[in-house]
Ligand binder design. Structure first.
Ligand code: ATP
Ligand code: MG
Length: 366
């Protein structure tokens, strides 16, 4: 995106549990970036898309939610869920998954970057060794509801579920991955496939990649394919080799959990659901959920929320500010001050000490 909207209109939805605790720090840091880099950001707060709203209104979203949210460029989302009072199928399906579907957020992005001071479960890996992004197809593929069951309850019981790949759906996700790689220093895309076992859809995925990568604009992008089984093994054994990793809905789902798991605590990982054409708002959120077990204690790690804000800046073309926020996060984590870091990072600090330290660092870095 070359010309960021001015002002950039952001719908703020804190949600439930620790979502409401980390959101203020996400906003402090975005405001700090706006002031340090002279950006025009406009925030509007919404209480819906939370279980608290559901418990008083009997619905996760008001009837006019689309009219309200569609006027924004982005949705900055905390976390949703109160598993003891509202079943997950109501809370998640009634909010996030509806946004994803109705706003055609067909790209799910998960950066996987090993930060200084954060131990990786992979031994011997240091900050800088792991720095890739998983691009997941978010709307079709293996997660279709086409299929059924016949001869139910008999010995001949048979169950079928179809994978759906459309040319539009495959091309747009592969193109997004190629364009993203083109903007990154290493310009490398790894495509997840399984064309040696899945004999119709996966060869099609590979075929479309071959067509797109041959376009002149992707001349300088290096592309390789890995079967998903060996790809997961390489992600653990030699994550250094990845830059942009693109996968279908199912493969991308698996990779986008495996990738961040290789880079430490769930408390720091961010995610974005993107409608690249900007016809609808894109959504930026931490990977973690509402974490009822630690909600209300003030110890939730705010980095996932802050980093999601960094992705938002980057997506809308505020590259310098995005770089500043990322450096600020790295600097604070790298200092490893026990009194600042949250308990999930073996610190003795709070959401507030860590969030405020990053906010201050954004001004230092700028
Ligand atoms: P969801 O169902 O919404 O995907 P979940 O219940 O599977 O979420 P989380 O709510 O993310 O998972 O919590 C998983 C574990 O990680 C919990 O023990 C929680 O306390 C911890 N956790 C999650 N987010 C954070 C955070 N920001 N800081 C510290 N610990 C966290
Ligand atoms: Mg949960």
């Amino acid at each position: 995106m070359t010309n960021p909207p001015t002002p950039l209109k952001i719908a703020v939805i804190p949600g439930d549990g620790i979502g409401t605790e980390v959101m203020p720090h996400g906003l402090h840091c975005l405001r700090a970036a706006a002031s340090a880099y002279n950006l025009s950001l406009q925030f509007t707060h919404y209480a819906f898309a939370s279980c608290a709203y559901y418990l008083t209104h009997g619905t996760m979203l008001p009837a006019d939610w689309k009219a309200l949210l569609s006027t924004h460029d982005a949705i900055y989302f905390g976390a949703v869920g109160m598993p003891n009072q509202v079943p997950d199928h109501i809370s998640a399906w009634g909010s996030l998954l509806r946004f994803r579907r109705e706003y055609d957020q067909y790209v799910n992005l998960r950066p996987c970057r090993l930060m200084p001071g954060v131990p990786s479960p992979l031994s011997g890996k240091r900050a800088g060794d792991i720095d890739f992004v998983v691009v997941r197809e978010n709307t079709e593929g293996e997660y279709s509801s086409i299929g059924g069951r016949i001869f139910a309850g008999t010995e001949r019981e048979t169950v079928v579920q179809e994978t759906v790949m459309t040319r539009v759906g495959v091309d747009r996700i592969l193109r997004y991955a190629l364009e993203l790689a083109k903007r990154r220093p290493r310009k490398h895309v790894t495509s997840a496939t399984k064309s040696n076992g899945i004999s119709i859809t996966m060869p099609y995925w590979d075929e479309r990649m071959d067509v797109l990568r041959a376009e002149p604009e992707f001349e300088d992008v290096r592309v390789d394919k890995f079967h998903i089984d060996i790809l997961t093994a390489w992600m653990v054994l030699r994550p250094e080799q990845f830059d942009v990793v693109v996968g279908s809905n199912l493969f991308g789902d698996i990779l986008s959990d495996l990738g961040p798991a290789c880079t430490g605590t769930i408390g720091i990982a961010p995610s974005a659901n993107i409608n690249p054409e900007g016809r609808f708002p894109s959504l930026f959120e931490p990977v973690h959920g509402s974490a009822p077990d630690i909600a209300g204690k003030g110890i939730a790690n705010p980095v996932g929320m802050i980093w999601a804000g960094q992705m938002l800046l980057e997506h809308f073309g505020f590259g310098e500010a995005a770089k500043g926020v990322l450096t600020a996060i790295e600097n604070v984590l790298g200092r490893g001050e026990v009194g600042v870091l949250t308990p999930d990072m073996k610190g003795e600090g709070t959401t507030d000490t860590l969030g405020r330290a990053i906010e201050r660092e954004i001004f230092e870095v700028a």
